[in-house]
Write a protein that binds this ligand. Sequence first.
Ligand SMILES: Cc1cc2nc3c(=O)[nH]c(=O)nc-3n(C[C@H](O)[C@H](O)[C@H](O)COP(=O)(O)OP(=O)(O)OC[C@H]3O[C@@H](n4cnc5c(N)ncnc54)[C@H](O)[C@@H]3O)c2cc1C
Length: 317
Amino acid sequence: MASITRALRPLSRTTPSLRSAARRPFPYRFAQSTAPTFSTTSLRQDPDLSHLTPTPISLLSETETFLHESVSKFAAEQIGPKVRDMDEAEAMDPTIVEQLFEQGLMGIELPEEYGGAGMNFTAAIVAIEELARVDPSVSVLVDVHNTLVNTAILKYGDAQARRTWLPKLTTGTVGSFCLSEPASGSDAFALQTKAEKTADGYKLNGSKMWITNAMESGIFIVFANLNPSQGYKGITAFIVEKDTPGFSIAKKEKKLGIRASSTCVLNFDDVVIPKSNLLGEEGQGYKYAISVLNEGRIGIAAQMTGLALGAWENAAR
Ligand SMILES: Cc1cc2nc3c(=O)[nH]c(=O)nc-3n(C[C@H](O)[C@H](O)[C@H](O)COP(=O)(O)OP(=O)(O)OC[C@H]3O[C@@H](n4cnc5c(N)ncnc54)[C@H](O)[C@@H]3O)c2cc1C
């Protein structure tokens, strides 16, 4: 996605938030092609661009170019000085998380009605890559929150769920996506966490492993099997809030890299949640997981290309 020349371009002088980036008119400064530039993913409120000749995805739109520069500057100035300390402490500085919300980086693709920046998937990927150039731990926090948690609720939550959870996720509450378990990694749909119906909701029992953002999160999307006799077709997505009785963060993993990013074991012991915490429809969780992981994986790829660029730049200095 990025070229070294793009990565080494001098930073811009201001760090405006994404919300203003989405609205601001920009000078055309990236590609001097005669064909208009646009990403392969259209902005939600963009005019119809289907009649235009597509350009390679590496040519960013003006909005994406501005975003790239502002995130790059934010990462270098605000995150850069804290990277080593956060890595040694194996903890994310809470001020950084606050700044991510202030910058609009925690609702990149969400519509403005929920407090989001109303930008597109390419914009999210640009931001994830730019953050990873400076700190892949911060980058993965933003990736999981945007491409997995926000996307799952925006795509599969009903109107009530979107109104309940998305404004929180854009203004101060971090999210986690909880699929993996001790005995189900790649084979995610062999998951053992169970859900049962109660009179007015659901009860969850089981455990999850390697859950990113667990220490910072207030909202957890949890996949559990509501009907094990149906195999993976019983898998259902639920939303669990941090303070729900019976829910606990059991253990934080010690890792070799991205040490400031929390990766934890979660336990669910008779966790009772209301009906309204069902995400989408019962038995559709496996479809939701596959769909959002397709985006999440592109986010992780952007994290890796950003990491590689940052390593190259540091080595060259
Ligand atoms: C830092 C970190 C953060 C994470 N964050 C989250 C998170 O937020 N939420 C979440 O739900 N999970 C998370 N995970 C878990 C992650 O999704 C799993 O690690 C991943 O699904 C792989 O599972 P596994 O580690 O059990 O490896 P395994 O499934 O045991 O795979 C090990 C190796 O075997 C290969 N393999 C597996 N099955 C096959 C097969 N059938 N054929 C051929 N090769 C195969 C794999 O490609 C891999 O190379 C995280 C993991 C890490 C390391």
